[in-house]
Design a protein around this ligand. Structure first.
Ligand code: FAD
Ligand code: SF4
Length: 458
């Protein structure tokens, strides 16, 4: 048994920074069994309390150890519907693995990698047990992790489910935000195909609020609605020059590449600027995805510019480590002041204010404070802002009697997801603000249980 985590095989950094294929390659059977042997099978497993949906971690790992992969896979499915996805993108270091007792003296068990190992074996899945049709119809608005989880649970409970999705394809941020090199689109497609096989209908290019309001959906015969429209509205930096050509919001930049295949222009219709000097403002996962995408599009200098230091960056440590190995440069303690236009009118530089760390703020992190007179200009031909998002404004247009809070997020009961309109449930980022895949998935599951109880009295 390996004393430390079985390292995950990866593409070489100098090869992968030129392609969009997945970086981490996944465990072999031998590695997975060896890793499972590292689990101490604690009587009171702290790892489970670290998982937002309480996956029965020691129980599934015990089955991996016995090479009962089917049993292990189904043990996970009792609590999480998307193991191949969560195994890849959950911030395990702050969740399940962060609580693993082995991690106190050495490295935690690679719980996420074991989930991915199982999730990547579709042959382990059985035909889901479906309740008889109950004659009730539910509309799900949005096909991100929250919407598809809710849809799957409801279909299994015998409901006639239609998912309305604004884009031409399903998966939400899993397909248009998180790049292929972290989460292959084929993994998400497998989940959507599975739902279709269960009878879930997908209506693409359908923006609820434009094409129909909640009241109109009820008039069409739907008995309940689950709203999971996400939090995709970009936050502005509010500095001069933000509207210059080749200054992008990260979500727009990532969507162009991930969904519209701008990296394959002119084979695909949507172009994007392949910058040589790219500066990305932000320190979260979205910023990391944007800068690593820019590197793969040929940037010679791909820079992450952050107003605090590396230690305070909210991104996953693994993503920062991967980005630096791929040649991404980190420029700490700077804040953008102005984007400067070149002779052709497009961005050619960004002026930044240098910062230092002051006293801690309400988040407990030391506040960045400007150093008087310390202003620099960084040349760039692409600049990307990744400083966060706000509520999807369509939540308001969907209508019904749903209450929104002052930031435009839907007010919903934490346990059930029911909104102030008793016929409408909501969950995922449109309720919590930008969060994580597993939280969005968990909300979809809770809402499905509540809708079932409400419509069937079960
Ligand atoms: P979304 O995934 O945003 O899906 C909402 C869907 O609703 C979209 O498909 C949208 O098109 C659709 N929609 C919106 N309005 C309407 C309408 N009116 N009618 C019909 N459809 C509509 N989380 C992690 O856990 N790990 C990570 O590594 C991670 N990395 C991320 C990287 C990026 C670039 C981004 C942007 C986010 C990342 N996240 C990560 C966060 C995570 O992806 C989100 O928390 C999660 O996707 C939220 O799920 P959701 O179902 O609530 O919404
Ligand atoms: Fe860990 Fe995420 Fe799996 Fe929970 S769902 S056990 S947090 S990887």
């Amino acid at each position: 048994m390996s004393p430390k985590k079985n390292p995950i095989p990866e593409q070489d950094p100098n090869v992968r920074n030129k392609n969009f294929e997945e970086v981490a390659l996944g465990y072999t059977v031998e590695m997975a069994v060896d890793e499972a042997n590292r689990c101490l099978n604690c009587p009171r497993p702290a790892c489970m309390s670290g998982c937002p949906v309480n996956v029965k971690i020691p129980q599934f790992i015990a089955r991996v150890r016995e090479q009962d992969f089917k049993g292990a896979y189904h043990k996970i499915l009792e609590d999480s519907s998307l193991p191949a996805i969560c195994g890849r993108v959950c911030p395990q270091e702050n969740q399940c693995e962060g609580k693993c007792i082995r991690g106190k003296k050495s490295e935690p068990v690679a719980i996420g990698q074991l989930e991915r190992f199982l999730g990547d074996r579709p042959e382990l899945a059985s035909t889901p047990k479906m309740a008889p049709k109950n004659g009730k119809k539910v509309a799900v608005v949005g096909s991100g992790p929250s919407g598809i989880t809710c849809a799957g649970e409801l279909a299994r409970n015998g409901f006639d489910v239609t998912v309305f999705e604004a884009f031409f394809t399903g998966g939400g941020v899993l397909v248009y935000g998180i790049p292929e090199f972290r989460l292959p689109k084929a993994v998400v497609k497998r989940e959507i195909d599975g739902l279709e096989d269960m009878g879930v209908k997908f209506e693409y290019n359908s923006v609820v609020g434009n094409m129909a309001t909640a009241e109109e959906l009820f008039e069409q015969g739907f008995d309940a609605i689950y709203v999971a429209t996400g939090a995709g509205l970009p936050k502005f930096l509010n500095v001069p020059g933000e509207n210059l050509p080749n200054v992008f919001f990260a979500n727009e930049y990532l969507t162009r590449v991930n969904l519209m295949k701008a990296n394959k222009f002119p084979e695909y219709d949507t172009p994007t600027k392949h910058g040589k000097n790219v500066v990305v403002f932000g320190g979260g996962n979205v910023a990391m995805d944007a800068v690593r995408t820019a590197k793969r599009l040929g940037a010679e200098h791909a820079i992450i510019a952050y107003r605090r230091t590396e230690d305070e960056m909210p991104c996953r440590r693994a993503e920062l480590h991967h980005a630096k190995a791929e040649g991404v440069e980190v420029l700490p303690l700077v804040s953008p002041l102005e984007f400067v236009a070149g002779e052709d009118g497009s961005v050619c530089a960004v002026k930044v204010q240098k910062m230092e760390l002051g006293e801690p703020d309400e988040s407990g992190r030391r506040r960045p404070v400007p150093i008087e007179g310390a202003i620099e200009e960084i040349p760039c031909d692409v600049a990307i802002s990744a400083i966060g998002t706000n509520a999807n404004p369509f939540a308001k247009k969907i209508g019904g009697k749903m209450e929104l809070n002052k930031w435009g997020y839907i007010v919903a009961d934490e346990e059930t997801g029911q909104t102030t309109d008793p016929r409408i449930w909501a969950g995922g980022d449109i309720v919590t603000g930008a969060a994580t895949v597993i939280l969005a998935m968990g909300a979809g599951k809770k809402a499905a249980a509540s809708i079932t109880k409400s419509l069937l009295g079960e």
